[in-house]
Design a protein around this ligand. Structure first.
Ligand SMILES: Cc1cc2nc3c(=O)[nH]c(=O)nc-3n(C[C@H](O)[C@H](O)[C@H](O)COP(=O)(O)OP(=O)(O)OC[C@H]3O[C@@H](n4cnc5c(N)ncnc54)[C@H](O)[C@@H]3O)c2cc1C
Ligand SMILES: Cc1cc2nc3c(=O)[nH]c(=O)nc-3n(C[C@H](O)[C@H](O)[C@H](O)COP(=O)(O)O)c2cc1C
Length: 658
């Protein structure tokens, strides 16, 4: 069986290995053509050793827009040619994905709050068509109407012809620009996908009904593209399943795959989900295990004789290699992993696996700047050695303290860390004790290895006294000491009220029947703590909080799979949710709240898990060490309770300033 390191021939194109970077919208294009940011996104990935890169969903329209690469204009060819030449210098093949928004245009309306024409096979209900928005926002119908949007336009045969012609013309421009292959976006709810979908396609003409009819549009487009690009490969990306009870199933898509092969397609790229209904298949949360969708390409591979691509939270090259050897896919795409560490392939092939920085699956910056690399991609700034190396002492070995130590040492500073507990990682041990969040520990493991390699002393079980701090011989003292979970004064010593940390770590008794206070996630609330406790067998009587939304902190207009997964979980398990609530009292048998209408609810419960209050010692420390003879800095949660993105960003920003 082939290995991940083996080359692969697709039509006239030979790829040096079987790892690829999938199309991922990056927001890095400059008015339709590659500018500096675009190079900072794609060049490191090519340099890192992948066999092929498929450039993100691009436009075939004859006008530039600020969001998408555009090959709808001949005038853009030279700029793309320069770009593909650069990528080819690293031996990677480069393709480009072309997309027509279809139903996915509803996502743009949600983001821009502006009515745009939505073209689909049938004029279905736009709210059902974008049900993930309704899941997290019950006012979605009214909000959509407020933008001025009226209805989905049922695409005519003439318009389909026009779309197909534009795809073919853009494909020709792509090949003229030096791209090695083109991919048709036919998944996630874009127009070509919508034709296979049982909900979106309710047509009765020759484009609806049978599989031959539903694939007629893409078949015609593939023929037009083939006509224009000769022997260059055509990839088609499909969603193997829509991940809906009544949606498209892999058994259906097997039929589609066979018809695509017959139509002349050279490679089937297998994804899953609909961005505006089931984004958990696209922006995959850690609740789904690494490689958890590989059975889809495996199923498709069984019915076609052309290469098949598999994708989905595959961050380990060893796993990719196993999947390829097991015949589950011919190529493995690594998306977020190559954003976190573009050098993953080279490091793996050269046996430097220790140095790979693995994705934590947080879903926060993937469409822009990764939370673990605040100075890469669109925000690229070279790391320059310090001209004036300093002695830096850091208190606290959470992710903020360790990241500062790592980057400051790389710049030539002399660094050491004091940590009061017997382990590094701080609050990440609480976070990763939550349900299926173990992957987040990847950053701690990476930092630990790197600090060791850089010979940075970490003094564990060492809390310096005030005098010891004042006597330090250093240029800069950095407090990275994090926060403490606290309770409101009224409940401070209440036997039935405990903090989020205590509930997760089981460091205080917790009863069987539980109410959670705080509707958000992370330190601000208990959404994921609710899931954790429920999965551990506790009886969750309710979750309540002052917030307007459940898990609102994770809500981006683009819809993350994490937020929709959480909402589905709450809905499926019928967990009572009280939004905009007021906490009235806790007795030994109940939690009393007022709902948003002021109505009282006495909920029988043994324990209230109070999430959402953390304090930092910053103010006290500032006054205590006001007049010491060295500079004082604060980073991470200790500066202000926030999140991983802030902890890493604070640390790297300071390390680059020192
Ligand atoms: C339940 C939960 C879930 C979360 N989930 C997410 C999430 O999904 N995504 C996200 O982005 N964020 C999440 N967060 C927030 C995230 O964990 C924190 O923002 C981040 O870990 C803060 O890192 P830090 O290094 O600033 O602080 P900490 O991790 O708190 O580290 C501080 C370190 O300093 C040490 N220390 C304290 N006092 C001293 C002293 N005097 N001397 C020496 N050492 C000292 C501590 O022992 C600790 O090791 C979550 C938080 C919680 C509580
Ligand atoms: C920010 C972001 C942008 C994406 N953009 C596209 C896109 O333009 N076209 C597409 O087909 N898939 C897109 N996807 C899906 C990815 O190609 C890929 O399938 C997904 O990230 C899962 O792979 P991973 O777990 O290795 O990251 C996007 C995903 C993310 C998170």
């Amino acid at each position: 069986m082939p290995r991940v390191t083996d080359p692969l021939k697709i039509r006239n194109m030979e790829i040096k290995n079987r790892l690829g970077f999938p199309p991922m919208m990056s927001g890095s294009i400059t008015n339709g053509i590659p500018g500096d940011n675009f190079y900072h996104v794609y060049e490191p990935i090519a340099k890192g050793g992948v066999g092929l890169i498929t450039v993100e969903a691009s436009s075939t329209d004859p006008m530039n827009n600020p969001i998408q690469p555009c090959l709808g204009l001949d005038g853009n060819i030279p700029a793309f040619k320069k770009f593909t030449d650069r990528i080819h210098e690293y031996g990677a093949k480069i393709g480009i994905q072309f997309a027509h928004g279809g139903i996915l245009t509803l996502m743009m309306i949600a983001i821009m709050k502006f009515p745009m024409p939505v073209w689909a096979p049938s004029s279905v209900d736009p709210v059902v068509a974008s049900s993930a928005y309704e899941l997290i926002n019950p006012n979605w119908r009214q909000d959509l109407e407020k933008t001025g949007f009226k209805e989905i336009h049922e695409i005519t045969v003439e318009e389909m012809n026009e779309v197909g012609n534009r795809f073919a013309a853009a494909a020709k421009r792509a090949i003229d620009s030096g791209f090695d292959y083109v991919e048709i976006h036919s998944c996630h709810g874009t127009l070509y996908h919508d034709f296979y979908s049982p909900y979106y396609n309710q047509r009765t003409d020759e484009y609806g009904g049978s599989w031959e009819n539903k694939t007629r549009f893409i078949k015609e487009t593939v023929e037009k593209v083939r006509d224009k690009i000769g022997d260059n490969p055509i990839f088609v990306r499909i969603s193997a399943e829509e991940l809906l009870d009544d949606g498209l199933k892999v058994e259906d898509q097997k039929k589609v795959a066979v018809l695509l092969e017959k139509a002349g397609v050279d490679c089937i790229d297998v994804s899953q989900g609909i961005q505006v209904r089931t984004p958990e298949g696209i922006n995959i949360p850690t609740y789904i295990p690494p490689g958890g969708f590989i059975h889809y390409p495996e199923a498709i591979k069984k019915v076609v004789n052309i290469p098949v691509i598999g994708v989905g939270n595959i961050i380990d090259v060893k796993m990719a290699d196993d999947f390829i050897q097991q015949g589950k896919a011919d190529i493995i795409y690594m998306g977020r992993q190559l954003i976190v560490d573009p050098e993953t392939p080279n490091k793996y092939f050269n046996g430097q696996t220790d140095d790979i920085k693995y994705c934590i699956g947080c879903q926060v910056g993937c469409g822009g700047v990764c939370v673990l690399n605040p100075f890469e991609r669109h925000n690229y700034k070279e790391l320059i050695p310090s001209e004036e190396p300093k002695k830096i002492v850091i208190l606290g070995a959470g992710i903020a303290g360790m990241e500062l130590a790592r980057v400051a040492k790389l710049r030539g500073h002399d660094v050491e860390i004091y940590e009061k507990t017997d382990r590094v990682g701080g609050l990440m041990h609480v976070l990763t004790a939550e349900y299926k969040k173990e992957q987040f520990m990847n950053i701690v493991n990476y930092q630990k290895i790197q600090l060791n390699k850089l010979n940075i002393p970490i003094h564990l079980n060492r809390e310096l006294t005030t005098n010891e701090i004042k006597d330090l011989d250093c240029d800069v003292l950095v407090f990275a000491v994090g926060t403490e979970a606290v309770l409101p004064v009224k409940y401070k010593d209440h036997p039935n009220v405990i903090t989020q940390d205590e509930a997760i770590l089981k460091s205080k008794p917790i009863g069987k029947n539980v109410v959670i206070w705080g509707l958000d996630t992370y330190w601000k609330g208990g959404t994921e703590t609710t899931i954790t406790l429920r999965e551990q067998g506790y009886n969750i009587k309710a979750i309540a909080g002052t917030e307007k939304m459940l898990a609102g902190i994770l809500t981006q207009a683009r819809l993350s799979g994490r937020v929709t997964w959480i909402h589905h979980y709450f809905q499926d398990n019928k967990i009572p949710v009280f939004k905009k609530a007021t906490l009235i009292d806790v007795t030994d048998k109940s939690v009393i709240i007022h709902d948003s209408d002021g109505k009282e609810h006495i909920i029988e419960a043994d324990t209230l898990v109070y999430c959402g209050a953390r304090t930092t010692p910053k103010k006290t420390l500032e006054s205590e060490f006001e007049n010491v003879g060295f500079k004082i800095e604060f980073i991470g949660d200790c500066k202000k309770p926030r999140d991983i993105q802030a902890a890493i960003s604070d640390a790297q920003t300071l390390a680059r300033k020192l």
